[in-house]
Design a binder for this molecule. Sequence first.
Ligand code: ZN
Length: 275
Amino acid sequence: MRAGDSQDSKAFDSRLAVIDSHVHLDFDEFDAEREQLVARLRANGLKDAVIPGVSASQWPKLQAIAARHGFHYGLGVHPWYCTEDWQQDIENLSKLLEERGDDPKLVAIGECGLDALHKASWEAQLPCFEAQLQLAQQHELPVILHSVKAHNEVLALLKRYPLARGGVIHGFYGSMQLAQHYVDAGCYLGIGHLLLEEKAKKLQETLVKLPLEHLVIETDLALVYQLKKSQFADKTGGSGLILHLLIEKIANLQKKSNVLVSEQVFRNTLQLFDL
Ligand SMILES: [Zn+2]
């Protein structure tokens, strides 16, 4: 049977080991059903996950949840959560990184970056992002990047603060040319639920050409979306795990087998975060 054939993929989906490179499992939306959700994800092949940090006030909860479930995490200030107190947040982050430097579960700085659609925090976003790039340099950690309508600025700052461990541009949506710029800047491309949207033609075209060694996969907040609206409920057997759908889609676009794609993407994620 051809890879990507629905019956075939269903048969070996659950055997494919996957790592979620970006999932906000610490968010309050998951509080009521986190335990069952994680159990379902584990049963469906989830070997590990990286939970990115978004704000100083959320870090303690994030660390507790990561510890409880044996997942990895990042610490950072998301552009939406940059306030005029950003300097205080960065000081706290710096202190936490000093204290937590030897925590093997802490694997990245982020989620950080720039979001031009979030105008209210724009003034604070630039210096806050810069400070986090400096911390990533100092602590030799990769960055988890959020970049919306700000690719030129993000790429310029990555050039200014070269990172030994690079990073990942999460929720990537763009052309092959843009993807190449990020790859040249030392980044992996985090592919999420956008690829599963019928109308995401540009991303699909990019994925036809983009070498597999630059990709990681993620659910981000898609889990919530699915649980509430069940958009992918049938296809994921109610697990809420779209990672297998992403693997299948990438395999189809690249005319490769699901197993080959999943193994390469798995390796990329280990390498990116040094898991
Ligand atoms: Zn995120």
